[in-house]
Design a protein around this ligand. Structure first.
Ligand code: HEC
Length: 197
């Protein structure tokens, strides 16, 4: 095996190293300048980046997630989690923002069977504007009906957050006493006025 190194074409760039591995030699070529520039730029960039996002005010992915969650809770009507119960529904009935959110939710899901104005649909949902109810005797009953549905009927349980349940229940309860365009005949029993129980 020849030990004679292949003469480099350009001695400036192709410097053969002294090592000789079974006749195999390697060049000592420097990395291109642009490559080294990117390498150093990355390291320099990392210093202020790490300082800003990990130690200073920088809006990290985690911070943005927290902000998004807070915005979602606010959008659904509340500064935080709410217990879906009669007191919350009664409070929401006096809160125009929550009522508006409940109305919007009603308009995307419930209107199909309960009619846009709550008057009810023949063969489907009952009239929610009169004083008669089939499965409701008090405000708190809305929660169970909305979350679990009414077995054996077209009223299926809805996948809604507690805030959404409270809002839509409040809106539905607020329809009581209004005058729908085509009211369905009363179903169930006449119940007492809404109260916080
Ligand atoms: C696919 C049709 C359908 C949709 C959609 C629907 N419901 Fe119903 N809902 C019914 C039917 C049917 C009943 C009556 C069940 C029975 O006969 O007991 C009912 C009953 C109810 C009752 C009890 C009324 C009473 O008189 O006891 C409430 C409260 C109610 N729905 C709320 C909602 C809300 C809130 C939504 C939207 C989030 C909704 N429903 C969406 C079909 C529907």
């Amino acid at each position: 095996m020849s030990e004679t190194p292949i003469p480099p074409n350009d001695p400036q760039e192709d410097n053969l190293l002294d090592h000789n591995y079974d006749g195999i030699q390697e060049f000592d070529n420097p990395l291109p300048g642009w490559w080294k520039a990117i390498f150093w730029a990355c390291i320099l960039f990392a210093v202020p980046y790490t300082w800003w996002y990990h130690f200073a005010d920088g809006n990290s992915v985690y911070d943005r997630y927290e902000a998004d969650v807070a915005a979602k809770i606010a959008r659904e009507g509340g500064d935080g989690p709410v217990a879906a119960d009669a007191a919350a529904i009664l409070a929401a009935m006096n809160d125009p923002t929550r009522l508006a959110r409940g109305k919007a939710k009603y308009g995307t899901i419930c209107f199909a069977c309960h009619a846009a104005d709550g008057g009810g649909v023949i063969g489907l949902g009952p009239n929610m504007c009169d004083d008669s109810y089939k499965n409701i005797t008090k405000l708190g009953d809305f929660v169970g009906v909305i979350v679990n549905g009414i077995p054996g009927t077209a009223m299926v349980g809805q996948t809604l957050s507690p805030n959404e349940v409270v809002n839509v229940a409040a809106y539905m309860a607020s329809l009581r006493g209004t005058t729908p365009a085509n009211p369905k005949d009363p179903e169930g029993e006449v119940i007492a006025p809404w109260a916080a129980e």
